[in-house]
Design a protein around this ligand. Structure first.
Ligand code: HEC
Length: 141
């Protein structure tokens, strides 16, 4: 009798834990990793169209070779990257690629998925990276 009470209690506890886990996951669609590098806080406002134009040019020149918006090329598709990653992560990856690839857990994981193809340092400054971020925000669905 006592034993079966314990079993029921344990089962209840497990159900509650699994339920809480699911809710917790659902409330975190974007991962919280700010990446590693000089970019600590990106203030986002309404989309800035001037920046989008500049960012699109840079993206075409420096990223399109390996990244399509919707299909996987040498690198992952980037249409909704601004919904999946924090702006700080994206900018740090662009201005601090080497360190990010060595130390950031998400990038290390990605590297494994992309056969260890290392994304080359795009050699752009923070202001340029910010325009690419703006372009990527503008294409997200
Ligand atoms: C020579 C190919 C190449 C070029 C050029 C390139 N990338 Fe990448 N990129 C990759 C690969 C491969 C990965 C995944 C593995 C890694 O991180 O190295 C990646 C990963 C990324 C990620 C991380 C995605 C995630 O899910 O976290 C972002 C963001 C990104 N690239 C943006 C850019 C931007 C913006 C440019 C242009 C400035 C660019 N890349 C240029 C190959 C490239």
């Amino acid at each position: 009798m006592i034993k079966s009470k314990w079993i029921i209690l344990c089962m209840l506890a497990m159900i509650i834990m699994i339920g809480a886990g699911t809710i917790f996951q659902q409330s975190r669609p974007q991962n919280e990793d700010p990446g590693i590098g000089p970019v600590k806080n990106v203030a986002l406002g309404a989309i800035d169209h001037k920046m989008v134009t500049d960012g699109k040019k840079l993206f075409t020149a420096k990223c399109l070779l390996c990244h399509d918006l919707d299909t996987k090329k040498t690198g992952p598709p980037l249409r909704n990257i601004t919904k999946e990653r924090k702006p700080e992560y994206i900018m740090n990856l662009l201005v601090n690629s080497v360190e990010m690839q060595k130390q950031d857990p998400y990038v290390k994981d990605l590297l494994k998925k992309y056969n260890n193809v290392i994304m080359p340092d795009p050699a752009i400054n923070q202001a340029q990276a910010r325009t690419i971020l703006e372009y990527l925000r503008s294409v997200a669905k």
